[in-house]
Design a protein around this ligand. Structure first.
Ligand code: UD1
Ligand code: CA
Length: 474
């Protein structure tokens, strides 16, 4: 990479017709990140000084997504209003670099090939700098038939031209080396050669690939081999799924090498922005980790759990089929199976949430427990509280949301309803089946159930009467 950093263009104006989507192709996600953002991230990792995204189709939405991810205006935008081919796309970006000197290197990437490694961009730049023709490109050998441009060499084995798939003869289609669609070229050559492009081809477009024939006159562009998995361009949803699987494999291998156990990597789905994941973390089959999720050492996430934007401390155990989002979990907390923590749940160390417990905007302090069947919303549950089975905070009256405060050491008996706003005082008891509508003072017992009556012999008399009616034929 040159000291100055390079100028990077990313072509992303195409319609993406084959996706059959209402969303711009480059905003479809690979491991949770829009494919165009992968390319921008790789360019930046390779030390790009400026990144210019060439947008057309849905450019407002694409720009908004870039601004949100990388900071407003930090990726420059060039607009290609009408898509007249890759050569035309790059022509549209030239005004953005009008002030730059002719000897600067421009890297041209495509927004629909997200897995390109940043090292490959650095290699391209170095090769273009060393090339007498001032141009380099990546070539790849696809592992399945792809309609890519073929690299045609002259009798001296110098790169002569690229023939696009629709323009290629049957013999040319047998050529194994194909154009991956990534280039580095001196700006002076780019300016001069782009002006000479003509749309005299099968698609009636201005082909960027015709620059390779121009470079032949200067001694030939340099082709660098790149692994197909890095170069795969996404044209339809079959490609999307294949590239997503490749991205996931790369991500999972990275975490396994960093000390994470995965029972079944093939069924473990970790978004690219997840991390850190600590050492000796154990992930069961079917675990899905999304967004800004982070997991500390020795945590265990059992089968089928979905974690979205959550922070998990050391030695937490999330049991099977729990769904956790926008929440935090303190050390040694035990969650699940089948727990649902919705946004704003803060579960402190050694707290327990069991099966069919749902929390929302609720703080469970250290050692507090709700082991079965409960809804805790807009609540604060003090240290070592015990929440019985079937306890419900009635936090919503159809208009507003209200707070429930349960102070340290309180015991809320099974099947009680806590009608918010309400406070259960420190160390208080709520008897089973109580509907709490008033604050409970510290250390006291709240009871609201009707006094029990036992009617002696009633059941025996009832059965006898029923039997007699049946015999008499009612
Ligand atoms: C292109 C290459 C081909 C290469 C293949 C690799 C050309 C002429 N062909 O073909 O040699 O093997 O990539 O994947 O370049 N785009 C624009 N504006 C346009 C047209 C395209 O921005 O007017 C963008 C697209 O959004 C896409 C990229 O350029 O990101 C490539 O365009 P696409 O039409 O997919 O080219 P391919 O036919 O795949
Ligand atoms: Ca393509």
């Amino acid at each position: 990479m040159s000291r100055q950093g390079s100028l990077v263009f990313i072509m992303a104006a195409g319609l993406g017709t084959r996706m059959k989507s209402d969303t711009s192709k480059v905003l479809h996600r690979i491991a949770g990140r829009p494919m165009l953002h992968w390319v921008v991230t790789a360019a930046r990792a390779a030390g790009a000084e400026r990144v210019v995204a060439i947008l057309g189709h849905q450019h407002e939405a694409v720009k908004a997504s870039l601004d949100a991810a990388f900071g407003p205006g930090s990726v420059d935008i060039a607009i290609q209003a009408e898509q007249r081919g890759t050569g035309h796309a790059v022509q549209c970006a030239l005004p953005a670099v009008a002030k730059e000197a002719d000897d600067r290197i421009v890297v041209i990437l495509t927004g629909d090939a997200p897995l390109l490694a940043s090292e490959r961009i650095s290699e391209l730049v170095a090769a273009a700098e060393a090339s007498p023709a001032g141009m380099a490109l990546l070539s790849t050998v696809p592992d399945r038939p792809m309609p890519y441009g073929r690299l045609v060499r002259d009798a001296r084995n110098v790169l002569e031209k690229i023939v696009e798939h629709p323009d290629a003869t049957p013999e040319q289609r047998l050529i194994r080396d194909t154009n991956a669609g990534f280039y580095a070229i001196r700006l002076g050559h780019l300016r001069r050669d782009l002006a000479t492009l003509r749309a005299d081809n099968a698609k009636g477009e201005l082909y960027l690939t015709d620059l390779v024939a121009r470079a032949h006159a200067r001694g030939g562009a340099t082709a660098i081999d790149a692994p197909f998995v890095e170069c795969t361009g996404i044209n339809d949803r079959v490609d999307l799924a294949q590239v997503d699987a490749a991205a996931r494999r790369r991500i999972n291998e990275g975490w396994m090498r960093a000390g994470v156990t995965m029972v079944d990597p093939a069924s473990t789905y970790i978004d690219v922005d997840v991390g850190p994941i600590g050492k000796d973390v154990w992930l069961g089959p079917g675990v899905v980790l999304r967004g800004a999720t982070a997991i500390a050492d020795h945590a265990r996430i059992d089968a089928g759990c979905v974690l979205i934007d959550v922070q998990v401390a050391e030695h937490v155990h999330v049991k099977a089929y729990s769904v956790l989002s926008e929440s935090t979990f303190g050390a040694r907390a035990a969650i699940g199976p089948f727990t649902h923590c919705r946004p704003g749940s803060r579960i402190d160390e050694d707290a327990h949430l069991g099966n069919f417990v749902e929390t929302k905007k609720t703080h469970m302090m250290a050692g507090a427990k709700a082991n079965h069947l409960a809804y805790l919303g807009d609540a604060s549950v003090g240290t070592k509280c015990n929440i019985g089975a079937g306890v419900i905070t009635c936090n919503y009256d159809g208009v507003g949301k209200y707070q429930t405060t349960i102070e340290a050491g309180a015991f809320v008996g099974s099947d009680s309803q806590l009608v918010a706003p309400v406070t259960i005082g420190r160390d208080a008891y709520v008897g089973s089946g109580t509907t709490v509508t008033k604050d409970v003072p510290r250390g006291s017992l709240a009871l609201s159930r009707v006094k029990q009556v036992n009617v002696e012999g009633w059941a025996d008399r009832f059965r006898e009467a029923q039997a007699k009616r049946k015999k008499d034929g009612f």
